[in-house]
Design a protein around this ligand. Structure first.
Ligand code: PLP
Length: 493
């Protein structure tokens, strides 16, 4: 019996009743489908100002229950205006990530089950499905069967775990002694100057420190210079510094450049250094047979990170750490208090042993649903189309006066700038002009672009990764960019 006419809570259930849940859940599903099918009423980038939402939400929680109808009204009126629509087909900023219907269903079921897959026993299906589905993806990526996958929330955590394993692999027993025991050498990690900041953050957390990360220079295509890498490693060894890991990237964040993994792998082999490949974004493209040559050498890695939540149509969060030496990863993290001891521990995988967190969401469920419902071929075809749109836009930009590409386009990200003639010759002016251009394009609400800086040059990034993006979306973005560039030029005359 409901005791408060304004409440949906049935005291018998201590929760809303199943009938009311069904009613509102069905309405929410209807809303989701309409939202995903037509986002034209929403600006891609939120138009709110700092504090707008906070000003409209009570500072204290409600003491009594409120009806779901009211909560949903507030979701539409107060929350949605402050949302930047990452699922919008013209979200071209950062790395354009997207969910998909099967992934959304997976998330719904995941929260209904609400299991914690810390131990095999605490949900055998969650553990075994994670083992199976990461192995499915391994096969889709063409990686050897020695790689075992575990799912983390982010690439930052996956790389942190990989670096902890690399540190463990040195045999310096830092896990037990910390960084204060005995006469430890200084530790060094090598990555390129284009690597993602998550590598440096992992070094901070692991006590290696920012100065323990050597950022190797890159060539004209933003790829790690292997000669400079080998020289750095050699010099460090001479000085008594211990190299623990080299991290090439396949698909760097700024330009999606691809480090020469094969040559880097040779350096790792020569000096016995752990090879961790950051393929958080680019990795998904290995589902396409003809893209595989770009991944040459990654099969020799000790660990690799690939994020299905970036370019594999799986709702955030889902990052996979593939490790060829799972026993080292386990050695780095396994710690079992009495209350988590189980009798079958030697026969099964307890996922808590392979990372930082004890509690783990059942993330494998959504990935399983995405791979089954879209199919390996369907996924590869969509990624292939994204790449073909990027190549097409690359050609268009090459043929457009007053625009220039700032980097090669190996995947689906294009970095370019507006450089009207006659050239000002002043890089700061050109940077300001391009920043203004990007902001005026984003203000239209029709598209959302982001930027990078390459050797001092402000570059506008357009990245294609949404499951619903069509060539028409890309073409519209390009029209808007040109129109805004013309307006800015006219203003400057
Ligand atoms: N590695 C690369 C190459 C990235 O581009 C990013 C983020 O864009 C990351 C790692 C970090 O990913 P996450 O947000 O999953 O931590």
């Amino acid at each position: 019996m409901k005791e408060d006419a304004r409440s949906d809570v049935e005291h018998r259930h201590r929760d809303i009743s199943p009938e009311i849940f069904k009613d509102h859940a069905h309405k929410a599903v209807d809303w989701i489908a309409e939202y995903l099918e037509d986002m034209s009423q929403y600006p891609v980038l939120a138009r709110t100002r700092p504090g707008d939402l906070k000003a409209r939400i009570p500072k204290s929680p409600p003491s009594s229950s409120e009806p779901l109808e009211t909560i949903m009204d507030d979701f539409r009126e107060i929350i949605l205006p402050g949302i930047t629509h990452w699922n919008h087909p013209r979200f071209f900023a950062y790395f354009s990530i997207t969910s998909s219907y099967p992934g959304i269903i997976g998330e719904m079921l995941c929260s209904a089950l609400n299991v914690n897959a810390m131990l095999w026993k605490t949900s055998p299906s969650a553990t075994e499905l994670e083992e199976v589905v990461t192995d499915w993806l391994r096969q889709m990526l063409g990686l050897p069967e020695q790689f075992n996958g575990v799912i983390n929330d982010s690439a930052s955590v996956s790389s942190l775990c990989a670096l902890a394993a690399a540190r463990e692999h040195t045999g310096l027993n830092i896990r037990e002694n910390g960084l204060f025991g005995g006469n430890l050498p200084r530790l060094r990690i090598y990555t390129s100057e284009e690597a993602h900041s998550s590598i440096e953050k992992a070094a901070i957390v692991l006590g290696i420190g920012q100065r323990g990360v050597k950022k190797i220079p890159t060539d004209e295509a933003f790829r790690m210079n292997v000669k400079a890498l080998a020289q750095s490693v050699e010099e460090d060894i001479q000085r008594g510094i211990k190299p623990i890991c080299i991290i090439p990237t396949i698909g760097t964040t700024s330009t999606t450049s691809i480090d020469p993994v094969k040559e880097i792998s040779d350096v790792c082999e020569r000096y016995g250094i752990w090879l961790h490949v950051d393929a958080a974004y680019g990795g998904s493209a290995a589902t396409i047979e003809e893209m595989r040559p770009m991944f040459t050498g990654w099969e020799t890695a000790d660990s690799i990170v690939v994020n299905p939540h970036k370019w594999l149509f799986t709702p955030i969060d889902c990052s996979i750490l593939y490790c060829r030496r799972s026993e080292v990863l386990k050695q780095a993290f396994s710690l079992t208090p009495e209350y988590l001891r189980t009798t079958e521990a030697d026969k099964v995988t307890n996922l808590m042993d392979y990372g930082v967190s004890l509690g783990r969401r059942f993330r494998a469920l959504k990935l399983w649903m995405v791979i089954r419902a879209l199919g390996a071929e369907g996924i590869a075809n969509t990624i292939r189309e994204h790449i073909s749109y990027a190549k097409r836009l690359e050609k268009v930009i090459q043929g457009t006066p007053n625009f220039e590409l700032l980097a090669p386009v190996p995947f689906s990200t294009i970095v370019f700038r507006f450089s009207p003639k006659p050239a000002t010759g002043n890089i700061a002016e050109l940077n300001t002009l391009n920043e203004k251009l990007m902001e005026s394009v984003n203000q239209t609400g029709q598209v959302f672009l982001s930027h990078t800086k390459l050797r001092g040059k402000f570059g506008i990034r357009l990245t294609i990764g949404n499951i619903k993006t069509t060539w028409e979306d890309v073409a519209l973005a390009w029209d808007i960019i040109q129109q805004k560039a013309k307006e800015l030029s006219d203003l400057g005359k």
